[in-house]
Ligand binder design. Sequence first.
Ligand SMILES: O=C(O)[C@@H](CO)OP(=O)(O)O
Length: 249
Amino acid sequence: MTEAPYTLILLRHGESDWNQKNLFTGWVDVPLTEKGKAEGARAGQLLAENDLLPDVVHTSRMQRAIATANLALDVADRSWIDVKRSWRLNERHYGALQGKNKKETLDEFGEEQFMLWRRSYDTPPPPLDDADEFSQVSDPRYQNLFEALPRTECLKDVVVRMLPYWFDSIVPDLLLGRTVLVTAHGNSLRALVKHLDDISDADITGLNIPTGIPLLYQLDAELKPLAASRYLDPEAAEAAIGQVANQGR
Ligand SMILES: O=C(O)[C@@H](CO)OP(=O)(O)O
């Protein structure tokens, strides 16, 4: 075990095809846009400029996170580091909203219901039918999940399935003194930030994470933040956070 402080970098994937089209995405495995690829590369540049060179990367099982990590690590000349992947870092499963347009959903169901589905801590959207074209029941990468395969999730569900991976896989790398990069998704990272910053169930509804901008944590021996976390490009992050919050409008 190495002494604290421990260095953890969280990175939401770059803009995806469905971010651009304003569709609820969840577990649908969509690619990055050209802008998203550029965000991935820029994230790598920010890591290198700040002398934050990851020793290990943890990603979800989804191509938008994997591609973002690869692009960032290529630019930072760290494409050779150890890689670990888990479904537990996947985006929140968006249930029957997967593939639906956010603006049309807002118009159809109204602000209150839309925000309840999108940001409430414990209200999941209706479950996705297994026969739906956007279901993951036949996806080979999840065949080992059996009844654990989600059909919908609220953020609380994501916290429950993400935390075992945090404690069992990410924490051991931190305690070894490795600089750890976690490349994942808006809502799986909200779940991790909620845990790290001890954010209440009520306050987490107001937290949004921008695409493609590394978020730095320095953690103490108890794995609590030594100071407030910070985006490596704070101005870009502030503008992008507002855009995420206002999606659908
Ligand atoms: O559609 C999704 O899967 C997520 C992230 O893009 O969207 P939201 O920010 O609305 O939770």
